[in-house]
Design a protein around this ligand. Sequence first.
Ligand SMILES: [Zn+2]
Length: 450
Amino acid sequence: MQLLKKGWTLVAIAEVLSSLNDKELEQQILAIKDGEKSENDQQLSLFPLQQNKNNLTLAEDAVILLAQGILGQYDRVLMGRKIVRQDDKLPSELYSAMCKIGRLYLEEGKCDRAACVHDVLERSRFSLNTYKKWDLNIFRDSEFRFGNVQLIYSDLRVPTVDCADIANLSGGFGEDQVIEYKLYQSIKIATESLGRKKQHKAYTAIRELLGRRWLIRERELLDYLEEKDLTPRQETVLEFFNSVPEIWLINNCANRCYHCGTLMRPHHNRDRYPQGYCPIHQCNSKYPPQVGEKLNPEDGRLLVAKPQILAYWTAPAIDELAIFDEATNNDLDAELYPESDLCDVAIGDRNLDSSFKSGDPPNGLSRNIGIDAKSYRSPVLLALKLNRSIGGLIHYKKRIVAITDELIEDCPGYFSTLRSLLDEKKETKGLQIMSVSSVIENIEEGYYAS
Ligand SMILES: [Zn+2]
């Protein structure tokens, strides 16, 4: 009655009450009784709180569905249905997400800004807490876990690593839907028939190629494959590349980024960026655009890694290769992507390989140091992922998770949030979490020398 007097509708009351458990319901009734006695409005103060909690749940559900919908839509675009159309072909998750986000706008007394799929996808290139884009208070609420999540890479226009992880949170979305897993499987299948020892070498050679030489002349690529005994796998490797399209040429040349080596893209503001800009966030957030080399396509066909390769392998490889190169320069026995990706960089104990089969080291034997570089924007998602599994790091005595430096600079609470969310169980307990630059410093100072 109190609520009806306050102008609540019966539907709204039913919705709030049905979402409370017995204990919360009891507290609400007691609060109202107290309120009747004191005849003030405090009895209703818990309802807005409850409403906020409901909206937080609604917001998280909406974002999980949006992430799934984005991956689903991306898959369809990849399969050749190039145009995003707002019709019954839209992934059902994307449609549900738009309805839920629409409701969030209405709850905040705003117009529904989630009715157009193009707008929602465009906005997904910005973090959810970017108010001037999303215009939703709930996305900036301190209790909302996905605030700093960006679902689509703004320049590469493919779903982010965070998007793939959020899509998986509900457990109802298969691993095989996730881009990185698909890419990984394609190399695994291509290299498996080579025999165990050669297989791992081939895996590393292909990943290293995609990490270092993602803008390459076709001739050089074929030479690399020959040098690494990979000519029989040429077809698979070529699948990872596209020809450099003419629209990306600047003054008839492909411009290679001075800092990271990838293909620079023409900028819509030609006066300001006459030589284009670098599409890799890890690079363009650190350095101003600068051309390292101008490649003329008339001197031979130019290939560039596909956007999903750039997003999932090439960009993270900036950190992975920096650690690996530092270790090698310091004469450490380092290996890149050992055993077809047990971790990113392993240091020491390589000679155990011969006694090592199918993922489990023999009792008492464990490799020395395993390092995984991680570039999750959201420490919450990284914690959830590590709590699920620390992956191949389990096989190493010392297990290091190295976080991209810029992410820590952007989010000062990154380490504390991550650490506070990690399970106290054995697997995550011994993880050493530090910045990439700290790992590199430790290598320089000889901490990892055996
Ligand atoms: Zn770059």
